[in-house]
Write a protein of this length. Sequence first.
Length: 364
Amino acid sequence: MDSINPNHPMSVNEKYMRRCLEIAKNGIGSTAPNPSVGAVIVHSDRIIGEGYTSPFGGPHAEVNAICSVKDKTLLSKSTLYVTLEPCSHYGKTPPCANLIVENKIPKVVIGLKDPHEKVAGKGMEILEKAGCSVTLGVLEKECREHHRRFLTFHEQKRPYIILKWAETADGFIAPIKELRNSKAEPYWITNTYSRQLVHKWRSEEQAILVGTNTVLEDNPKLDTRLWKGSAPIRLIIDKNRKIPKGFHVLDGKQPTIVISSINNLDNKIQNYDLQFIEFNDKIILGLSKNLFVRNILSVFVEGGAKTLQAFIDANLWDEARIFIGKNTFEKGIKAPTFQGQLTTERSIVNDQLKIIRNDKKHHI
Ligand SMILES: NC(=O)C1=CN([C@@H]2O[C@H](COP(=O)(O)OP(=O)(O)OC[C@H]3O[C@@H](n4cnc5c(N)ncnc54)[C@H](OP(=O)(O)O)[C@@H]3O)[C@@H](O)[C@H]2O)C=CC1
Ligand SMILES: Nc1c(N[C@@H]2O[C@H](COP(=O)(O)O)[C@@H](O)[C@H]2O)[nH]c(=O)[nH]c1=O
Ligand SMILES: [Zn+2]
């Protein structure tokens, strides 16, 4: 296996790996629990084929890249670049490593070793045994960043957790009840552009989670109506089953899982499942383990304050995406308190957006 010099200026390998990462973005939100991989095939410094992972159950990136090559005779003189080690196991589709060997592709350049225990090195082994030259670790940092949900899931045995909320300039996520309508509906702090961005983000994650009070006070839909991507699975914390039928989250329009300490499933509700859980002081840890078993790769936590704080206090979160509006409430529900590393700060018209990473992650 070739080794990489990290101090080398942008190499040909990096140039094509960047393209892999670029196209891999197209699959985010539709491939879970599989990763969204990007692959390109290069002959004589020219891209002759490229592909990214199809929606879950469909062909992998390497298959799509190989299929896209018009003149298949060139494959035996080409290099395949791919963000993640080609798979070696029969899942919903046959192993990509075998397909690469069958097509006699002589060189494969890989960003990252697959942490999935069914692959983890076995894909590279198949390639090398067949005489293929394998280079590992090109733009590894960037590939880790792109595949962060998949890596967290397999390495930490829990979903990747993104917290998101909107707060006022004086740090409140909701005003006092007296200032709200009697009808259950959201009290908007952010502008329409920020709200559209939130719908894009919802489409990128496999599940979205909210607490009981948020449902009772906001009657949220938790869908992606302002974006074209698919809607996430709704996860609703409702310990004592306080949420009455008729609330949007129980409308059956999206798969919905109610997390409760009452273990009886209401079969009359469509698209609905129950996750029984003990509501003890380890509830977030227990829930993370349950969601791992359910093959949920990522969760977007949209509040309210108690729910967000529970994830922060358990140190089970990866990113926090916080909007700060211009207005003030003076009184109301305080935004969560936490610490992390600021990675992004920008304006969305009159809203501020901060993205913060958890630099002290809890491994379970
Ligand atoms: N600006 C924003 O971005 C957002 C604002 N909001 C606003 O926030 C308000 C709701 O926030 P908040 O009152 O903090 O409530 P939450 O929505 O966080 O719900 C809290 C309730 O959910 C259950 N729950 C959640 N987490 C746990 C846990 N770890 N253990 C046990 N039970 C849990 C409990 O219900 P029980 O008591 O039944 O056991 C708890 O009282 C609303 O007014 C809403 O408008 C909400 C979301 C986002
Ligand atoms: N108030 C507030 C937010 N509130 C969040 O959005 C939910 C409503 O979702 P939906 O019914 O699908 O539009 C609501 O319950 C809460 O979780 N979000 C924001 O980006 N900005 C805001 O100012
Ligand atoms: Zn594959």
